[in-house]
Write a protein that binds this ligand. Sequence first.
Ligand code: GLN
Length: 493
Amino acid sequence: MNCVSLSLREASELLASGRMTSVDMCRAFLDRIRKVEDRVHALLNWKEEDILRQAAESDARRANGKLLSAFDGIPVTLKDNICASGQQCTCASRILEGFISPYDATVTEKLKKAGFVLLGRANMDEFAMGSSCENSAYQKTANPWNLDCVPGGSSGGSAASVAAGETVIALGSDTGGSIRQPASFCGIVGLKPTYGRVSRYGLVAFASSLDQIGPMSKSVYDAAAMLDVIAGQDPMDCTSLPQEKENFADDVEVFEKNPRLDGVKIGLPKEYFELEGLSSGVKAVTEKAIETLKKLGAEFVNISLPHTRYSMACYYIVATAEASANLARFDGIRYGYRSPRATDIQSTYFLSRGEGFGMEVARRIMLGTYVLSSGYYDAYYLKAQKVRTLLRRDFEEAYKKCDLIFTPVSPVPAFRFGEKADPLQMYLSDVFTTALNLSGDCGISIPAGLDETSGMPVGIQLMAPAMEEKRLFRTGRAFELAREQKEFLAPLD
Ligand code: GLN
């Protein structure tokens, strides 16, 4: 059976129908991995024996009527910065080479409790710093739609593994766009939940006040269902938020019986559409998407997010400052790599870090250390915190006029390897995504069409106020059902 395009919903139905076992399903994905992985390079590692053992355990539970959830036995792929007990967790960095996680992240524990089969570890930009997956210390992941193009980043391995049909669903992390941008580049759905919706315990920290784990999936329904599994307050993460169980997937199921958007107000922030460098292909797809949403009954209103032009600068100060503090723990003593040339404590620290971190990570640590140093703290870090408050207020004001905000995800579709060698050019691929992490609200990227010149997928971004993911799922689902192009399958075969 061809499992390539199997969604979470379909996989669950298939297993429930008894037409397929978890072992067979996992075998099909392993076959697929064997077939395409040497071209896509989405995974850092996967252990066949371990996968089939988990699948057999699930089949036994099903046979005994002891199912853990409707998703028992379905494979899921984790970004390599999410800890799973007994598995290597490297964040695609040399400095964590050989580091075996002694515990499960809270999300991993929740996946296991729901019976998911942990399929493998997805490649990423080192420590989630980047927008193309080119910063991985181990390999470059290719975009399954065109192997000469990047899959986006930093969760490029997760996105590519879903788009290449190597798994049913994946988890990524989003600090400044790293779920939404690669989802858009690979033609899949990516959700950045509200900050605090999902526990960060066991997610290797990049920028703690911005990081969120979220689903990368083949449909909006799947993203909703996965959020049901991983959301919740966690005593191990004091920034996780108290929340009711929302049953997002059930809500989508009820909504899709009559998927109309009458009465829904969607804001169009003028600053996002005035940007120089917005490609004509992305513009065309977003304009068409607006028409589709209008036909569904949604009303578009013009809004302004006046501080948008400061969001990138603000993000790169806050994110690097936090990264420089978080990455201080990698000292060659406690985790992973230690330089063989080290002779004492000082050389252990200097040499291990010097050899263990890649260029981009080193650049961020230096930038972050600089903006936090005495004499510059007020001018940069403190100022950025103030700008962050202004950006947050922009959104608060905007949501007085609309329920959701609509923007492109990235100004350009997936680009070619090496095309954005200048770090500043690379940073600009995040212009539309970073403000959402600074505000802490939620957003989703949904495939909308193909770029007219390159034929690469283009996504649209919907944003909503904190804890209003339901709005994203309903509007997203209505859009998905109404958009012209129904399927987004990478032409890999
Ligand atoms: N591309 C952005 C960066 O390099 C965002 C990364 C992320 O969301 N993890 O920082």
